[in-house]
Write a protein that binds this ligand. Structure first.
Ligand code: NAG
Ligand code: NAG
Ligand code: NAG
Length: 553
């Protein structure tokens, strides 16, 4: 049978697999994995945040997209940060209404095979009995020392004796353990209409935030059909807006496909074309926003259209790059951060691709002391009229704040099919770098034929359109391996006028592939259902972070 979990922490991969071993659905494992990550990687995600989950159901060949991104509180307004732009990113006022618990519960209600409570037990134990600080968390604690020292809640958990915790130390968050216990016993009501919610709201308001019980009571998960994109001989299934990820990936992939040769993405020239495609994509995607509030149907249709992609491809030259204004960006870029991504495939070949976040490292820098919850700073992902950003373009009106609205996101959890069979699950963390990273892993494996490990490890490039600079990876990872773009590739790009800068960082991708021994045709059973093939699963956790995948047989 075989089943795998690829998370960015080995303990959480194991916990996910323990649920699969007990007969859980991929979604049961996803709930347990996500809760674990919220405890052991509290800088990136947690029940104080939100995310996206894409679920491929092997039995029904259906893909559902659960959108539990944070929303602007009911008291929020377009000009709320006019006098203090800092508050959009720092402190309790930067917090969106958390969606994580509601999203996990909705997905579990749809697919459950194990009791809700069972899924919480491992995370509760880690929070209450303590967990060992991994090197990646230790690095984030150290680089966010000021943030932690400014907040009594963060200090209590991450610098309990006045000294910042280091790798190998044991970290306790007993209040979070009690919070998880309450939600395990009473369900999401404890959080959204009960005692946990009340404590959280009090802490947030005491810290200057505007969250109310009404906000929590009115929070709704949006359940949608996944966006489906046929490109490069594969079907990509991913999140609709307010994620710009699937649409961004679709546009980039369609641009490369429109060269009408399978070699278009190959070698240094392929890399140049990819960078150009990314620059065009970033220029277009800032017209997106929450479709419940703005009419973005034209931009969505454009980003999915092969004819639109072909049109862009004709503006890309193989011998040169162009100044930023050539790509005609209208609006300043969303520069989101943080996050965690994991992939799961269970024994029946149901799959989950989930990205979850509190936005910046440790969110807004506030930990609610009565609940142990780190507050997100997702309001930072909205555009506001008075913000002059680094790229000096105006803010995008499609992404302005409205009460109840979700901010635009770069998160790109996707599932990949070929001939209607599951062949891949991928996604990443790292804000604006996610779309370029997921595009490179996808192309490396499915188009360029690298093996799954190389597809993830291979040095990547990033671009933000403004400044007009290619960031290429040059860094030594936690395990000592060095990743650096090759000199011939650098030279090729320089010859085309790209300005290059080394970058000791980037997105973190988790990746699962399924391979079949025999070529995989359309095998229909007599009653018309597609037969679900069970091939070999290979799971990769990105070596750029200290994660490891786990499996059971
Ligand atoms: C949205 O905009 C498109 C044109 O871009 C228009 O055709 C459509 O009717 C609009 N939809 C709504 C609901 O206003
Ligand atoms: C690139 O090639 C085009 C023709 O395809 C030519 O007009 C242009 O001058 C070349 N640009 C550079 C920088 O070599
Ligand atoms: C690349 O990274 C290594 C160390 O990780 C550093 O010594 C070297 O100077 C870097 N190269 C550039 C061009 O920055």
């Amino acid at each position: 049978m075989g089943a795998v979990v690829a998370a960015d922490d080995a303990r959480c991969s194991e916990i996910g697999v323990s649920m699969l071993r007990e007969g859980g659905h991929a979604v049961d494992a996803a709930v347990a994995t996500a809760l674990c990550l919220g405890v052991v990687n509290p800088m990136g995600s947690g029940v104080g945040g939100g995310g996206f989950m894409v679920v491929w159901s092997a039995d029904t060949s259906r893909t559902q997209a659960f959108d539990f991104r944070e929303t602007a509180p009911l008291a929020a307004s377009e000009n709320m940060y006019e006098k203090n732009l800092d508050a959009k990113y720092k402190g309790a006022l930067s917090m969106g209404v958390p969606g994580e618990i509601s999203g996990l519960h909705k997905a579990w209600s749809t697919y459950r095979r194990l009791p809700w409570k069972t899924l919480f037990e491992p995370a509760i134990r880690l929070a209450k009995d303590g967990f060992v600080v991994a090197p990646y968390l230790a690095g984030k604690i150290s680089s966010n020392a000021d943030k932690i020292k400014k907040d009594p809640g963060l200090q209590q958990v991450f610098a309990p004796n006045g000294e910042l915790l280091k790798a190998g130390d044991v970290c306790y968050n007993r209040m979070l353990g009690l919070t998880l216990e309450a939600v395990a016993n009473e369900g999401p009501k404890a959080f959204y209409d009960g005692v946990i919610g009340e404590k959280l709201v009090k802490d947030v308001q005491d810290a200057g935030g505007i969250l109310t019980m009404d906000d929590l009571r009115s929070y709704n998960v949006e359940l949608k059909d996944a966006v489906k994109v046929d490109t490069m001989g594969h079907t990509i299934l991913g999140m609709p807006t307010p994620s710009s990820g699937t649409l961004g990936l679709a546009l980039v992939s369609n641009i490369l496909e429109s060269y009408e040769t399978s070699n278009a993405a190959k070698g240094p020239l392929g890399l140049h074309r990819l960078i150009e495609a990314l620059k065009h994509m970033f220029a277009v995607r800032m017209d997106l926003g929450d479709p419940d509030f703005v009419n973005i149907s034209k931009t969505v249709a454009d980003m999915l259209s092969p004819a639109f992609a072909k049109n862009i491809q004709q503006k890309i030259l193989d011998n040169t790059t162009f100044p930023s204004n050539y790509y005609m960006p209208s609006w300043s870029q969303l520069q989101d951060q943080g996050t965690s991504h994991f992939c799961i495939v269970d024994g029946n070949r149901n799959a989950v691709s989930m990205t979850t976040t509190v936005n910046y490292a440790f969110g807004g820098g506030v930990l609610s002391q009565s609940t142990g919850i780190v507050l997100n700073n997702e309001m930072g992902d909205f555009s506001v009229p008075t913000e002059i950003s680094e790229d000096s373009l105006p803010p995008s009106p499609a992404n302005f704040i409205r009460p109840g609205k979700r901010p635009l996101s770069s998160m790109t959890p996707i599932i990949i099919l070929k001939d209607k069979q599951l062949v891949g699950v991928v996604g990443g963390s790292g804000g604006m770098n996610i779309i370029p990273a997921v595009a490179q892993v996808f192309l490396n494996y499915f188009v360029l034929g690298m093996d799954p490990t190389d597809a993830v490890q291979s040095p990547r490039v990033y671009h933000k359109l403004i400044p007009n600079v290619v960031s290429y990876e040059n860094w030594t990872m936690i395990d000592g391996d060095h990743i650096e773009l090759s000199d011939d590739r650098k030279q090729f790009l320089i010859e085309r006028g790209h300005k290059l800068e080394p970058k000791a960082g980037g997105a973190i991708c988790q990746f699962i592939v399924q391979t079949f021994k025999k070529p995989n045709g359309h095998r229909k059973l007599s009653y018309g259902h597609q037969q679900v093939l069970r091939g070999m699963l290979t799971a990769v956790s990105d070596p750029r972070k200290d994660g490891r995948p786990a499996a059971c047989w």
